[in-house]
Write a protein that binds this ligand. Sequence first.
Ligand code: F0G
Length: 462
Amino acid sequence: MEQSKKRSWAEPFKIKVVELLKMTTPEERQKALLEAGYNTFLLRSDDVYIDLLTDSGTNAMSDYQWAGMMLGDEAYAGSKNFYNLEHNVQKYYGYKYLVPTHQGRGAEHIISKILIKPGHYIPGNMYFTTTRLHQELAGGTFVDVIIDEAHDPESTHPFKGNVDLQKYEDLIKKVGPKNIPYITVALTVNMAGGQPVSVENLKQVHEMSKKHGIRVVLDATRAIENAYFVKTREKGYENKSIADILHELCSYSNACTMSGKKDLLVNIGGFLALNESEVFEEARNMVVVYEGLHTYGGLAGRDMEAMSRGIEEAVQEAHIRARIGQVEYVGERLTELGIPIVHPTGGHAIFLNAKKFLPHLKQIEFPAQTLAAELYLESGIRSMERGIVSAGRDKQTGDHYFPKLELVRLTFPRRVYTQAHCDVTTEAVESVFNRKDKIKGLKMVYEPKYLRFFQARFDKLS
Ligand code: F0G
């Protein structure tokens, strides 16, 4: 794209403090990878050069946020930082009630426990690992109602996160609206490649849900990135501010769960935000059991302050343009090199299409896990598997899920790496690509019960 070639997305900040990186030798990386059982989650961060594992909690805070940390009010109850956060959640997201949680899955746990009864179905625009697991632990069954294009890495649909209204309606007809406590709509859809949902689609989901008495619960973790795609891709939104679009998106829902560790530029934090007073009452009761008092929810006062200030910075146009501009830049370089990635590039990450990258491997030989391990070996760059390992097993049959998408995620923390780091990354991927035919797959030798991708171990197939 013309815009990024001219570097007009340059970072709207300058650097005041730096953290030194460690370079490793190929022999050191080989040893580290063996110790980690070929799982990048099990590497020590000290052995990593450029860490693209996740954009979660890995962001660089601003001086304004760090200054806020010094204003932490660490009172057990009624911390002033809670009220600052509540004010900003109400102002920017538009919900009435706030329940802070230590991170996103804390909020997912609470809302799932309150609203889901055994036998319920919870539709969603593709699964997310922790979200689906909390729904299942509460006795529910997740049903994917995302449009088919989301499962196709080559489709260039501008809103690949959209809900397929026909699939949603079919589910309502099949199981009855009484058995659907809510639909989860993730903005953006992480597992599909950071793909956005259009305002138009969300509005339709909201209308259909309202007609049947079903709630809409947003996963607003990257809703600000979603708002940027709406601004740049959806007709009629070109001249609206990111803040206004965010507010409008949230207005088509009853509640949201939030991992502040992404959009909100902090290292820890999350919340549940809602409009219904009865559900809020229950959530306030439950947060005391699982997270902490309702005015801190597992966070220090200073963390709430940093997150509150993060909201203000995250909706700035220059910030979000540079953030997504950086991801686009890497996507364009890789595409020029003929490397198969998910198109269009998403908000937080580039997703390498491992099925196409390593076509000689069967899915049960874990192509994405293999590719992530090879990239580390090549360069010390850490990425993440998002394929069959992440998908886990069907809770009824015990079989692996075989997702259509078998991806490696290169996730960009916000305000952390420079354009030169981006260039090093594309060069490293290219080097692996040049020797791809010689790469052998993996076998799983240890499998944990829940969220297996975090701790599973592998061996090289001989
Ligand atoms: N929802 C989405 C869309 C997420 O991406 C995440 C976390 C969560 C919920 C859970 O939030 O980690 O604060 O408990 N995603 C991280 C990632 C882990 O690397 O994509 P959490």
